[in-house]
Design a binder for this molecule. Structure first.
Ligand code: SF4
Length: 209
C-alpha cells in the first residue's frame, strides 16, 4: 500500500530539469520531521515548506499496488507517450518507493526522477537521482545525478559534500524572510565556484504548484 499526499501535473521548477513537464507524485511522510509545526524545533530538518501529512491532497490517497498508483500517475499525463516524466517526491519518497513501482512506471514509458534527502540508498534503476542533504543527518546516498543543496544551512555547506559523486551541483537559496540575501550569497558562491550552479524555485516565481 502506497500512501500519497497528492499527484499533479506541473513543470519541474528546480534544478537541472527546471521547465520540464512532469507528473509530481508526493508521498506522505518523512523520516526527518513529522510535518507538525509543534515538532519543528526538535526535527532533523527544520526549514521544510511542504505539506506531506496524510493522503488527502488532490488525487492523493492510499494505493493498493504499483499498477494502481501508476494508473493514477498516468491519468495526469496530457502529452505524447514519448516524453512521460514523473518526479517521485515527498516527504521522503524512499520510505515507500520500491522496485515494483519503478518497474511498473518504466513499463508504462515513464522516465523516473526522485527527490530524496539522501538518508536511504536509492536504487540505480531510477533514472534521475536528486539528493538534497540536510544538516545533521547521515547521508547514505552520496552519488547520483544532481546534488541540490539548500543554502545557507548551519553546519552543512558546499565543502561538506565536496567528495560526493554527482553530475551536477546546485545551490538553492533558502526560502523565507532572508531569501534575497540568501540568493545573493548563492550567486556570489557560484561565481567563485563555477562547478556549482544556481537553482531557483521557478514554480514559486510564476505561481504554479
Ligand atoms: S527532508 Fe525534505 S520533506 Fe523531510 S522535512 Fe526536510 S525538506 Fe521536508
Amino acid at each position: 500500500m502506497y500512501q500519497v499526499k497528492e499527484i499533479f501535473l506541473t513543470l519541474q521548477g528546480e534544478g537541472a530539469h527546471a521547465g520540464r513537464t512532469a507528473v509530481f507524485c508526493r508521498f506522505s511522510g518523512c523520516n526527518l520531521w513529522s510535518g507538525r509545526e509543534q515538532d519543528r524545533d526538535s526535527a532533523g530538518c527544520s526549514f521544510c515548506d511542504t505539506d506531506f501529512i496524510g493522503a488527502d491532497g488532490p488525487d492523493g490517497g492510499s494505493f493498493a499496488g504499483a499498477e494502481i498508483l501508476t494508473a493514477a500517475i498516468l491519468a495526469q499525463w496530457q502529452g505524447s507517450s514519448e516524453h512521460r516524466f514523473v518526479v517521485l517526491t515527498g516527504g521522503e519518497p524512499m520510505l515507500q518507493v520500491d522496485e515494483a513501482l519503478i518497474s511498473t512506471l518504466h513499463h508504462h514509458g515513464f522516465e523516473i526522477a526522485i527527490e530524496t534527502n539522501g538518508t536511504f540508498e536509492v536504487p540505480r534503476s531510477i533514472d534521475w537521482i536528486c539528493v538534497s542533504p540536510k544538516a545533521g543527518t547521515e547521508l547514505v546516498q552520496r552519488s547520483g545525478d544532481e546534488l541540490k543543496l539548500v543554502y545557507p544551512q548551519a553546519d552543512l555547506g558546499p565543502s561538506d559534500v565536496a567528495g560526493f559523486e554527482f553530475r551536477f551541483r546546485y545551490l538553492q537559496p533558502m526560502d523565507g524572510p532572508d531569501l534575497i540575501a540568501n540568493t545573493a550569497g548563492a550567486v556570489a558562491f557560484c561565481r567563485s565556484n563555477p562547478h556549482w550552479r544556481l537553482s531557483l524555485q521557478t514554480h514559486k516565481l510564476i505561481g504554479i504548484p
